[in-house]
Design a protein around this ligand. Structure first.
Ligand code: E4P
Length: 215
């Protein structure tokens, strides 16, 4: 499973990259709005830190506007993947981007039919938002299971990028299902390694070593 960090914060991206397990980055307009500086400058900095897919979302919702913005974003760096919302014009833009060799991450996906369309249009990634489904009492992970099953049935190459991840259990469940990618906020990445028994065990080993090290 590939790990992406879900942030536009360069400091967090540097910390996650330093762990050696980071494969890519996803951003969205809300995440970018939390940071200062121009979007393009933030993207250029991110591309210098992480050598993997970096998702950058278009703000346009019309076909021509999406193409214009997406081509500009894609020209910034070879690793930029254009994030496009799952609406009719987004589907059309995805098809055109795919024909031009520009990678697309179809975002705001909440149903298996949307994911099927994203794959048929040639998206490189599909982003089902599981946390937001959980928020309205729907089982987000059930959607991941359905999409992975559908893509397997037809050998679609679109990668299932689990988004709107809120806690480590989401990561575990997505990995058990066999999703290709999980994008998560820094605080979730940070929690993945933590275990109280590791801390207790280490404290005991260090204390015992104090007793023998000067023998
Ligand atoms: C990433 O691609 C998505 O935009 C992000 O995971 C959404 O997360 P949220 O539902 O916590 O805002």
């Amino acid at each position: 499973m590939k790990f992406f960090i879900d942030t536009a914060n360069v400091g967090e991206i540097k910390q996650a990259a330093a762990l050696g397990v980071l494969d890519g980055v996803t951003t969205n307009p809300s995440l970018v709005a939390k940071e200062t500086g121009k979007f393009e400058d933030i993207l250029r900095q991110i591309c210098e830190i992480v050598d993997g897919p970096i998702s950058a979302e278009v703000a346009a919702i019309d076909y021509e506007g999406m193409l214009r913005e997406g081509r500009t974003l894609a020209a910034l760096h070879k690793n930029i993947v254009v994030k496009v919302p799952c609406i009719k014009t987004g589907l059309q833009a995805t098809k055109t981007f795919a024909e031009e060799g520009i990678g697309v991450n179809m975002t705001l996906v909440f149903s298996p039919t949307q994911a099927l369309l994203a794959a048929k249009a040639g998206a490189r990634f599909v982003s089902p938002f599981i946390g937001r489904l959980d928020d309205i009492s729907e089982d987000g992970m059930n959607l991941i299971e359905q999409i992975v099953g559908i893509y397997d049935n037809y050998a679609f190459e679109t990668e299932v990028l689990v988004a709107s991840v809120r806690h480590p259990l989401h990561v575990v469940q997505a990995a058990l299902i066999g999703a290709d990618v999980c994008t998560m906020p820094f605080n979730v990445i940070d929690k993945l390694i933590q275990h109280p028994l590791t801390d207790l065990g280490l404290a005991k080993f260090l204390a015992d070593w104090e007793k023998v090290k000067n023998r």
